[in-house]
Design a protein around this ligand. Sequence first.
Ligand code: PHE
Length: 341
Amino acid sequence: MKENLEQLRAMALDALNHAHSSAELESLRVKFLGKKGEITAILRQMGSLSETERPIIGQLANEVRAVIEEAIADKVRQLEANNLSERLISEALDVTIPGKEFLIGRRHPMTIVLDEAKDIFIGMGFNIAEGPEVELSLYDFDKLNIPTTHPAREWTDTFYIEADESVHLRCQTSPVQVRVMENQKPPIRVISPGRVYRKDEVDASHSPMFHQIEGLVIDKGVTMADLKGTLNLLVHKLYGDKTKTRFRPHHFPFTEPSCEVDVQCVVCGGSGCRTCKQSGWLELLGAGVVHPKVLAGCGIDPEVYSGFAFGIGLERMTMLRYGIDDMRLLFENDLRFLSQF
Ligand code: PHE
């Protein structure tokens, strides 16, 4: 029995030496030290031993058990250390590898210019109003005094949504004027930026979707002079104090009198070039004094109140701001272009 135990110790130590995983260690522990293991099997036979042999063999068995336990504990520590160093190697960071490049977004040039315009108008006491892009023809045409024969009402010009022509993609931001006047009492001071849609072919200055900023001021005693002062201030803040403006007579059904406002050409400074077609001026917006019929149709008494309105092309405003000569650049999303702003 003594030999058996010594043999067992040698076998166990040898097997433990060759173990490579904690699973292997566990099965060796069960095999040698477990309840149904080898040592237990030997101890079961102790009954057949003499009184003098029994304590000697008992002591030896305990020693062998302690040696095996100790060897297992050693091996556990060794495996843990190996695992750690393997992980340290496999998870090592090479801090010299160049990092990932993070592209930081930026505002689109039209957003920059719109934000500037908003700041300027908010500084003059304006609020910002919003209106739907899918609009009732009632608001975009009828209530704006646009006659049924007006070319803007043609299917070739406007994107209709309903066959009976009652709903379409708004072709201007002016219907927001009506919505505001129907819902607010004067004094009114709002701007309303947003998308508008017209059946235009794409070229250097046209797109079927573009942006306008509508403006509306209604109060007692508002005149064309207030319109000029407001728009001149906008132009001077956007394009510099020395930039000249030109108010040219025009016609809009919803304003009377009406005008178009030109800005001195930003490319040539007014002397005449290709961008301004040798005229020295670039058109920026349409405007006028709100027509009494429009006021009355929105429940505002034209004998008491008057006001002015304007509609600025945001693309045009942006192109003038940065000297961009082709509107398509604003829509193409070419990073080489966009990253210049
Ligand atoms: N809605 C007009 C257009 O799209 C611009 C405009 C707005 C004119 C307000 C006068 C008053 O051309």
